[in-house]
Design a protein around this ligand. Structure first.
Ligand SMILES: C[S@@+](CC[C@H](N)C(=O)[O-])C[C@H]1O[C@@H](n2cnc3c(N)ncnc32)[C@H](O)[C@@H]1O
Length: 213
């Protein structure tokens, strides 16, 4: 079960308003940000991509556009509402599918994917669950495949502009606060990932971390 200290599992109402909420808090910037992150993932036509905690499917549609007819995206989520929203949204793309699966539970995927992506989900897990997710990503990737984590970077919350600090502390979960101090690169290399590379976004408050199997 997910920790009480997390808010990464969303209820049906939150699911319906998730994209709008993200657009409002980012002043309409979130779509552009996600587009630029997907562009940085160097997705090639024909590749296979696994999206952990796929949400409303917004990212999966962008990924599918890069894959062409022969590529494939599989999104995993545990929210029935999110899954039905994403299936509806991604209907025009026959190369996207979704499954109801817990991403921290043992996985059956074995060296099937060129890329594994996790966007704004990872921070909401206890460290032992994060390790399960990393190890699942490693198992699911082909040799030479890449794992992309898009999430908060390590930053000093005390240096955040007061209204933003207040919003973070009151709007985010305890695990997200702790995540700001986590040495994620060390955690990834402890699970055999190599060639760790990060790109900082939004003045260093977010990052896209790339790790290779
Ligand atoms: C904050 S949303 C992010 C959605 C999407 N990745 C994005 O960037 O827009 C978190 C998503 O993770 C899903 N989720 C939470 N816990 C999960 C778990 N244990 N296994 C699979 N999905 C989970 C939620 O249902 C939700 O759709």
């Amino acid at each position: 079960m997910i920790s009480q200290r997390s808010r990464v599992e969303v209820g049906p109402r939150e699911a319906h308003h998730y994209d709008l909420f993200m657009d409002i808090i980012s002043l309409g910037f979130y779509s552009l940000l996600v587009k630029s992150v997907v562009a940085k993932m160097e997705i090639q036509p024909g590749q296979t991509v696994l999206d952990l905690g796929s949400g409303t499917g917004r990212n999966d549609c962008l990924i599918a556009q890069k894959l062409g007819d022969t590529g494939r995206v599989l999104g995993l989520d545990i929210s029935g509402e999110m899954l039905s929203l994403s299936r509806k949204r991604c209907q025009p793309y026959p190369n996207i599918s979704f499954r109801e699966e817990r991403i921290e539970a043992p996985t059956s995927y074995q060296e099937e994917f060129d890329k594994v992506f996790i966007s704004f989900v990872f921070h909401g897990f206890e460290d032992y669950q994060k390790i399960n997710i990393i190890s699942n990503a490693y198992q699911a990737l082909k040799v030479g495949g890449t794992f992309y984590i898009f999430d908060y970077s390590e930053f000093d919350i005390q240096k955040l502009w007061f209204p933003l600090r207040w919003a973070f502390i009151h709007g985010e979960c305890q695990l997200a606060l702790e995540f700001l101090n986590l040495d994620l690169k060390e955690m990834l290399s402890g699970q055999r990932f190599t060639r760790l590379d990060e790109e900082l976004l939004l003045k260093g408050h977010l990052r896209l971390l790339k790790a290779t199997k």
